[in-house]
Design a protein around this ligand. Structure first.
Ligand code: SAM
Ligand code: SF4
Length: 361
């Protein structure tokens, strides 16, 4: 059955996970607990599959390489980064940045890897390792210094480095120190609220809520406070927009759609073709469900997702306006208008403003 809203979805940006393997054991992470691995498999994106996606889909110009694991464990990463550069495809990723070689760090700079969000939830080895179990704080800082050394050598501003600090009860007292360290390392600093119990038990809840409310700039210290204050979910809504704007694909080609789903897929992009999978009946039905245009259906992954459940409870469906706004934001991000850095700055300020004005716009 064809649905009314079926337009061809062919977004310039996708997420193609270079690894579902990770060496750390972060307590709230479903990769660390083995949950994602049971469904997605534990493995690495092959260079040949990456090349095929790039060759067959010239409309893809921006690829996020991380979703569930640590990309730097992928032994073919240098080839992937080099091929992306040769084919004008911008890359970015989140990473714990513990295990890297000089060669890959140099390649990131040489081949203009666009941005890395480094997960560093602490400003000292002791605090950092409470969540990044098995990680080495000093090593991560050294790796960042090495990237900066290559950036100076190649006279390049890429990769832009973000210090992402997930705020917990055990690290909240180190936020300002981390902020200073980030500045000294030429990194942008970002605070993120924890998943809380999204994937398991609540880990290390905030103790000094006043401090965290001030530090986040949002006046909230947890996702539940965010929900109460703004009447919608922190970040989760953006995850649903992935189906239109930034569809997520597993290392073996399974199309997952968004960054939350790991329990089902919409076909295999390597076998069935990316464009076909992004426009098949199942994914179009999911999009229609998220917009409240179709009844929920058991064989659509969203049915098991908290984000969808909340939307359904509140009848607060995704709108065309939101999808369009996100699309425009990504077009700007594609470096065509303001450039990557300025656009990111602008986007961050808009997000804060939007959160503050949330109830009225
Ligand atoms: C599953 S990780 C994979 C990428 C990489 N291994 C890393 O940790 O950065 C994807 C993102 O989830 C973030 N993350 C991990 N635990 C989290 C938590 N409790 N709350 C919010 N985000 C979390 C990571 O910091 C990272 O930005
Ligand atoms: S480093 Fe990332 S993928 Fe690895 S366990 Fe931690 S959050 Fe999960």
């Amino acid at each position: 059955m064809k649905l009314w809203m079926e337009k061809i979805i062919q977004p310039p940006r996708i997420c193609l996970d270079a690894s579902t393997v990770c060496q750390l054991k972060c307590p709230s992470c479903p990769t660390a607990s083995g949950e994602t691995g049971k469904k997605l498999g534990i493995g690495f994106l092959k260079f040949s599959d990456f090349k095929n996606i790039v060759d067959k889909n010239p409309w893809v110009s921006n690829i996020e390489l991380s979703n569930w694991g640590e990309i730097f464990l992928n032994k073919e990463l240098i080839k992937i980064v080099e091929y992306a550069y040769e084919n004008n495809v911008a890359l970015q990723a989140d990473a714990n940045l513990n295990n890297v070689t000089e060669d890959i760090l140099e390649a990131l700079v040489k081949y203009g890897f666009r941005a890395i969000t480094c997960s560093i939830d602490g400003a000292s080895p002791e605090t950092y390792s409470l969540y990044r179990v098995g990680g080495n704080f000093q090593q991560v800082i050294e790796n960042i210094k090495t990237i900066n050394k290559f950036k100076a050598q190649y006279n390049s501003r890429y990769p832009i480095l973000y210090w992402q600090f997930i705020v917990f009860g055990h690290n909240e007292q180190e936020i300002s120190k981390a902020r200073r360290m980030a500045r000294d390392l030429y990194m942008e600093f970002r605070l993120k609220l924890s998943w809380d119990d999204l994937y398991g038990n609540l880990f290390s809840p905030i103790k000094n809520a006043e401090l965290v409310r001030k530090e986040t700039g949002l006046g909230v210290a947890s996702r539940s406070e965010f929900r109460e204050k703004y009447g919608r979910e922190y970040i989760l809504r953006d995850c649903c927009l992935n189906l239109w704007i930034n569809p997520h694909i597993n290392y073996d080609g399974k199309v997952l759609g968004c960054c939350i789903n790991y329990w089902d897929d919409y076909g295999n992009a390597f076998k069935d073709g990316l464009k076909e999978c992004l426009n098949n009946e199942k994914i179009n039905y999911a999009r229609a469900m998220l917009m409240g245009k179709r009844e929920s259906k058991m064989d659509i992954p969203c049915i098991l997702c908290q984000s969808y459940k909340r939307m359904e409870e509140n009848k607060n469906w995704l709108t065309n306006k939101e999808i369009y706004a996100k699309k425009i934001a990504y077009i700007l991000l594609e470096n065509k208008v303001l450039g990557y850095y300025l656009t990111n700055q602008l986007a961050r300020r808009l997000v804060v403003a939007k959160h503050r004005l949330g109830r009225w716009i």
